[in-house]
Ligand binder design. Structure first.
Ligand SMILES: Nc1ncnc2c1ncn2[C@@H]1O[C@H](COP(=O)(O)OP(=O)(O)O)[C@@H](O)[C@H]1O
Ligand SMILES: [Mg+2]
Length: 301
C-alpha cells in the first residue's frame, strides 16, 4: 500500500518527539509482528510538526503527538483550538476540505500517511472515525453495519450475519436490536444510533478509532454507555477522542493533549497550539504549563 519511512526520517522523528517530551520508539516496519513491536514499542500513530492551513489561515501548528496501542488519547482545549482539524489529519479527512493544506507528517505504524503512495481510502478504512452527531445511513440497522464489509468484499450471507452480530455485540448494542435488525437505523435513540455508528466503524476491523466529540449530542446515560464501551474495546482498538468535556477526558483517557490558541506575530486570527501532552494523571493532577493548569481548573476557556 505504502512505503515505509526511511531510517533517516525515523531518527529525525524520534529526536523531535524526545524533545517534545513524548515517549517514543518508532516502528521500522508496517509489519505489526516486527521485532520492534516485541520490545517496548507500543506506538501506533504519531504526528511530527503537524500543521494545517485553511487557505492563508494557519489554524493549528507544531503538533507532535504519539498515539499508543491499548490506550485512549484525549484531545482537549477551548473551542477553535484545532482539535477537530488535528483529528481529521489522522485519517486524511481534511483531504475532503478543498482549502485545507496539511504540513508536517503523520505516521501510522511508521508509514507516512501523506506519502506519495498512501491511499486515502485505505487510510480511512484502517483508521475509522465517529462524529459528534450520529450519522447512520438511511438503511436498516443490519445494512448499516454490513455496509463497509460489503464495499470491501463479497461476504456470504452467513459471513455477513456473523460480522453484523459480532460488531453489534462489540458496540454493546446487540441485545437491544437483535429482534429488529431490519428496522430503519433512524428508529433508534440518539445513543443507540451512536453505538450503531461505532459498530459500523468496527465492522471493517479498523486499527484505530477516531472520535470527535462522540457524546456531545447524548444524555448522561447514553454517554456513560459509550464511555464503558470505549474502555472495553481500547485494548483492541486504540482510540483518539476529542472532547470538550474535561471530566470525560479525565474519566476515560490514558493520555491527554491540551491545546490552546495564540495569536502569532503577523496574524489576525488565533492559531491552535499543543500546549502539553502527558499522561491524563499528570495533566490533571500535576500539569507543567500554567495554561494547562488554568484551563483544567476552569480559569480559562
Ligand atoms: N473547513 C474549514 N474552513 C476554514 N476554517 C476552518 C474549517 N474548519 C475549521 N476551521 C477553523 O480552524 C480553526 C480550528 O477549528 P477546529 O479544528 O474546528 O477547532 P475545535 O475542534 O478545537 O473547535 C478555527 O479557527 C476554525 O474556524
Ligand atoms: Mg471540533
Amino acid at each position: 500500500m505504502v512505503e515505509d519511512m526511511s531510517n533517516a526520517t525515523i531518527s529525525e522523528t524520534t529526536a523531535r518527539l524526545r524533545q517534545s517530551g513524548s515517549v517514543v520508539s518508532v516502528s521500522l516496519s508496517s509489519d505489526s509482528h516486527s521485532a520492534a513491536d516485541n520490545s517496548q514499542n507500543d506506538l501506533i500513530m504519531q504526528s511530527v510538526d503537524l500543521q494545517v492551513h485553511y487557505g492563508d489561515f494557519l489554524a493549528v501548528r507544531d503538533v507532535n503527538l504519539a498515539i499508543h496501542k491499548g490506550e485512549i488519547t484525549a484531545l482537549i482545549g477551548p473551542s477553535g483550538c484545532g482539535k477537530s482539524t488535528i483529528i481529521r489529519c489522522f485519517n486524511r479527512m481534511n483531504d475532503l476540505i478543498p482549502t485545507a493544506k496539511v504540513g508536517g507528517k503523520v505516521f501510522y505504524k511508521g508509514i507516512d500517511l501523506y506519502g506519495p503512495e498512501a491511499n486515502a481510502g485505505e487510510v480511512r478504512r484502517r483508521i475509522g472515525m465517529v462524529f459528534q452527531k450520529p450519522n447512520p445511513f438511511p438503511k436498516s440497522i443490519y445494512d448499516n453495519v454490513a455496509f463497509g464489509p460489503r464495499v470491501n468484499g463479497k461476504p456470504t450471507k452467513a459471513e455477513t450475519d456473523e460480522l453484523v452480530e459480532r460488531s453489534l455485540k462489540r458496540a454493546a448494542l446487540w441485545e437491544e436490536v437483535k429482534d429488529r435488525l431490519k428496522q430503519s437505523a433512524f428508529s433508534l435513540s440518539g445513543g443507540q444510533q451512536q453505538r450503531l455508528c461505532i459498530a459500523r466503524a468496527l465492522a471493517v476491523n479498523p486499527d484505530v478509532l477516531l472520535m470527535d466529540e462522540p457524546c456531545s449530542a447524548l444524555d448522561p446515560i447514553a454517554t456513560a454507555r459509550i464511555e464503558d464501551l470505549m474502555a472495553e474495546i481500547k485494548s483492541d482498538y486504540p482510540i483518539v477522542i476529542v472532547t470538550h468535556n474535561m471530566q470525560q477526558a479525565a474519566r476515560v483517557s490514558d493520555r491527554t493533549a491540551f491545546f490552546n490558541t495564540e495569536i502569532g506575530a503577523n496574524a489576525t486570527r488565533p492559531t491552535g497550539v499543543l500546549v502539553e501532552y502527558d499522561t491524563t494523571r499528570n495533566i490533571f493532577a500535576n500539569p507543567t504549563d500554567t495554561r494547562t493548569e488554568q484551563y483544567i481548573s476552569g480559569r480559562m476557556g
